[in-house]
Every structure is written in C-alpha cells, then in structure tokens.
Design a protein around this ligand. Structure first.
Ligand code: AHR
Length: 310
C-alpha cells in the first residue's frame, strides 16, 4: 500500500548516515586540535554521520581542492573552517550548483553573495580583540602604570578572520588611550615555533617591550620561551596577553608566565552536527551564530583549570 511504502521510505531515510566533508585548517595550535577532536566526535557514525576529514595544512588552495573532492563524491553537506576570509566565491558557487549545503565554522568568509553558504557558527574575533585591550587598560590602571607602555603584537595567519578581527578590535580600542604605543606587529602564523622566532626578532630590534599581545596561546608559549632565553621575566617585566584559553594557558598563568587569556571556544562539533541535521531535514537554521566567550586572568586560573574542557 501507499502508506507502507512511505513508512519504509521514512525508515530508510532516518537510518541513512549523513555524509559530511569537513575541510579543516590544519593542526597549528592546541585550539585547532581540540576543534578537530570535537568535530570528529560529534560527526561520528554513532551520531548518524559519515565524516570525510581533510586537513589543509594552513593552505587555502588545499581547502579548495578538498571542497571539489567533496562535490565529486556527492556528499550531503560540506563544512569548512576557512583559513582565510576571501577567495571562496568560485568553489562555493560550484557547491551551490551541485545543491550541497555549506556550513562555515570557526573563522568567517567574505563573499558578495550570502546564498553561497547556508550558515556560519564561530567566534566574534573583533570582540575578543576589544576584550583583550580593555583588560590590558584596566590591568595597567590597577597597577598604577601610567607611563608609556610599548606593545608588540604576534598576529595569527594574515587574512584569517581570527587575525583580522583581533588586530582591529585590539588596535581600535587601544588607540583611544595615549599611554599605549604599538611598536610592531608581525605574523607568527598561530604556531608556537613561529611565535618564538618572531619574538626573538622583536627582542633584537627593541629593548623596551612592556606588553606582548599573542593572538593565540601557542604563539604566547613561544614568546614566553624567547623572553626567558633573553633573561626577561614574562608575566612580570613583560605583560603577556593571549587568546584561546586552552588548558596549557591556564598552567602558564598558574606558573606566573602569562597574565590573561581571552577565550575562543573550539567546541563546535555538536553545533555543526545539529546544523547539518536541520539542513538535511529542510529545517530553518540561524544564518549567523556567535558562541559565548569569557576572559580568564591569571588570578582565577587555578580555580578554573579543573573546569576546562580543552
Ligand atoms: O580560528 C581560531 C584560531 O585559529 C585560534 O585562535 C587559533 O589558535 C587557531 O589556530
């Protein structure tokens, strides 16, 4: 009968795994490793997914190739954590032509036509940058430091929305205060090794660095090593402001090396899983979803560490 037919179609529909291709940035930081773990665990077979995972090794060209592979495999959904903001129009147009919904996660993209992706979930990076600057201004005020504070910035991957937002949010806020002076800013590619290398070169050029803004914890760890090797005391002589708030940052704060970490939440797996299921069921999804994030200064690190999930 007709009803028997539709019942069996529904049954097979609900049991079928959703095939999702995920193009990940890379494995450049503790944050990224936690993000990959969250995605893999939420997009598992037990949760109704068949995940095709592709690591782009921080290169957008690899992501574009991966997305084309996903299209040729006719996946049900594509998820992308984009390395950079721009350069997505063509490949997303191909996904749209193939009728495959695209979820953008973590960093944002800039496209002229918003219909090229279904939805986005991630962080408000500009707000994180503002939070870092406001924390620094208050900290110096509380310490009674009204003299000029020289700042160096270790930026993330240039052109990534994490870098763009944090640079702008921090820069726009700090320039309202005339006792802060940005001496230099340069990319450390979000990695510990590059963070250390760039910090070493800053230390050769400037002997009066008061504050390091590291746009992620791993670059901060590299900078802390460079400062110690140069005979400085990070966390004391030089204020260390960082982003992500991974577990190792809490340990660094407890050790007295880091002063604050502005949270960036990597636990997007369950959010992406829910969005993918809704898209497959033709349910309405929110186009843009920001996650909640906090600021963790050193004085609460010990109390907070046991609660950290990443
Ligand atoms: O896009 C999020 C950023 O990318 C995190 O701050 C950083 O650690 C990661 O590499």
């Amino acid at each position: 009968s007709e009803s028997a037919q539709s019942t069996s179609a529904n049954d097979s529909g609900s049991n079928k795994l959703i095939t999702i291709g995920f193009s990940q940035v890379g494995a450049e930081s503790d944050w990224r490793v936690a993000n990959t773990a969250s995605m893999k665990s939420a997009l598992s077979e037990k949760n109704g997914f068949k995940l095709i995972f592709a690591d782009a090794q921080q290169k957008q060209e690899n992501q574009i190739k991966a997305v084309r592979d996903f299209i040729s495999q006719d996946v049900d959904v594509i998820a992308i954590a984009p390395v950079t903001e721009t350069g997505w129009e063509t490949v997303l147009g191909e996904a749209k032509d193939a009728d495959i919904p695209v979820i953008i996660v973590d960093r944002m993209i800039k496209v002229s036509d918003d219909s090229l992706f279904s939805c986005w979930v991630g962080s408000d990076f500009q707000k994180e940058g503002v939070n870092a600057a406001e924390w620094l201004v208050n900290y110096m005020k509380e310490k009674g430091k009204t003299d000029k504070q020289n700042v160096v910035v270790l930026q993330g991957t240039i052109g990534s929305s994490a870098e763009i937002g944090r640079t702008k949010g921090f820069g726009d806020t700090i320039k309202k205060y005339d006792n802060f002076n940005i001496l230099a800013q340069q990319t450390g590619e979000f990695t510990q090794a590059k963070g250390q290398e760039v910090m070493e070169s800053f230390l050769k050029q400037y002997n009066d660095i008061d504050v390091v803004i590291a746009q992620n914890d791993n670059m901060a760890f590299g900078a802390i090593d460079a400062l110690k090797a140069a005979g400085k005391a990070p966390g004391k002589d030089v204020t260390i402001v960082s982003f992500d708030a991974v577990k190792a940052a809490f340990k660094s704060m407890i050790a007295g090396d880091m002063n604050v970490s502005v949270e960036c939440n990597p636990l997007h797996g369950p959010r992406v899983a829910e969005l993918a299921k809704k898209l497959m069921n033709d349910e309405k999804v929110e186009k843009i979803q920001y996650v909640d994030e906090k600021v963790y200064p050193a004085e609460i690190a010990e109390k907070e560490l046991p609660n950290r999930q990443y």
